[in-house]
Design a protein. Structure first.
Length: 255
């Protein structure tokens, strides 16, 4: 991501949270496709007996702070009117959080897979996951804005290839998983599991994602909430407008 922001790479898939973070830091980046969103790849796993976030009052929760995981936690806390100051948040990477959980040093962890699954295998119970919040964690195909301006025809062709690829995945799921597993040298089951915890988006989904609707499905609405979270936590110093960094014209050309 930093290499795209610095101009060393032209494009890659950003989590929307990271796109907002880089844009707020002054990077001239633009998202053009909502590729997918998580449907369970991240989860809060806790010791048995902890069934809801409120049960973590006075207890320790490990997560990678300042990331979209803490943003997710803030959304859940807001919905349940929970004050996060009542929980001791411990800054840990995914592997470190799992290690602390298994050793009993923390009461719960908020992590992505495979750490969430491993924590459940170690006796943990799932309190919530991103499956409970569709659209909260989009992956957005992002390019440097100057590259888009200089190569609009190439970008149009690229988006058309994405569209054909998306249709192939939907129509030939087994074959697509075999290609992904072979390319990444991963077990075939891992590729199938990825489709279970990540919703791959099509053109219609992108129409909703680039709309100005009120829910999480809207990239624009989520952008504002993420930017507010960053400003409140001191993770960003300026407000950035989503229309300057989200370009739907290539998606609209497919509709």
């Amino acid at each position: 991501m930093d290499e795209v922001a610095a101009g060393k790479l032209h494009a890659m898939g950003f989590s929307q949270y990271d796109l907002v973070r880089h844009a707020a830091a002054g990077a001239d980046l633009t998202g053009i496709i909502a590729v997918d969103y998580s449907e369970g790849a991240e989860a809060l796993i806790a010791k048995p007996g902890i069934r809801q976030l409120q049960d973590l009052r006075g207890k320790k929760l490990a997560l990678h702070r300042g990331t979209y995981l803490e943003y997710l936690l803030s959304i859940v806390a807001g919905r349940t009117r929970m004050n996060l100051d009542d929980i001791t948040l411990v800054d840990r990477s995914g592997s470190e959080a799992l290690e602390d959980f298994v050793a009993g040093r923390v009461d719960a962890i908020l992590v992505w897979d495979p750490y969430a699954s491993q924590a459940k295998d170690a006796g943990g119970v799932q309190v919530f996951s991103t499956a409970d919040f569709p659209g909260l964690t989009y992956t957005v195909f992002t390019l440097r804005t100057d590259f888009i301006k200089a190569h609009p025809r190439e970008i149009k062709a690229l988006v058309e290839v994405w569209h054909r690829t998306d249709r192939y995945v939907r129509e030939h799921q087994d074959e697509a998983c075999e290609i992904v597993a072979r390319f990444h040298d991963e077990p075939l089951a891992s590729a199938h599991d990825l489709l279970k915890t990540n919703r791959v988006l099509d053109v219609a989904d992108n129409g909703r994602a680039f709309s100005y609707a009120a829910g999480f499905e809207s990239l624009h609405t989520s952008w504002r909430r993420m930017n507010d979270f960053m400003l409140d936590r001191g993770l960003a110093t300026q407000r950035v407008d989503s229309p300057a960094h989200l370009d739907s014209r290539f998606i609209r050309a497919l509709q």
